[in-house]
Ligand binder design. Sequence first.
Ligand SMILES: [Zn+2]
Length: 184
Amino acid sequence: MIKLILSLLKTDSKVQQYIATSTSNSENLARLHALKKDIGLAQMKDCYHVFVTREIIRSYDGHRTDTYNRLGCIKCGLKDIHTSELDFTSSSIEEEMPSIYQETARSGVRIDVACSLALAMAIYSGILKKHPTITDQEMVRYFKLALQDIRKTPVTRQHQDKRIRRLGLHPGFSAWNEKDIIHN
Ligand SMILES: [Zn+2]
C-alpha cells in the first residue's frame, strides 16, 4: 500500500518538482562544500602566515620532560599537526594541513604569543574588518594590543557571553588566557 502511495506521489508534478529541487539543492550544497574546501586550502597555500602558539605540550618519557609548542596561523587557520593525530573525525582540510604546513611554514612570522587559535583568528578577522588594508607588521601590533586588552579586562559572565558573540566564537568558549591553552 505504502509503495503504491509513494509511486503515485512520484507522478505528482509538485512532488516531482520538490524532488528535483531538493536534489539540485543537495548537489549545490556539495559543490559549495567542495568550493569552500578549495578556497580554504588555496588561502593556506598563499598565506604569509602569522603563527601563534596554540598549544604547549609537555611530554615526560620517564627521565626528562620535553616541552614543545604547537603553532597555528591567525590568518588562515593552518595548524601544525601530524598525520598520526588525524582521526576519522578530521575534516578533509585538516588531512591536507600537514603537507601544506611543511611547504609553507617558512614563509611567515612567528609571534611570541600563546593563545587559543579560535580566539586569535577571531581577533584577526575583527581587526581586518576595521582595517582591510593593514600590513602584516601592523596586524601583529594590533593583534597583541587587542589580546592584551581582552586578557587584562576582567568581565562578568554576562559580559563574557556578549564578548563571545561579538567575536563570533562558539558558545561556551573559555580559553581566554594563556594558561587555558596549555595541555600536558
Ligand atoms: Zn596562514
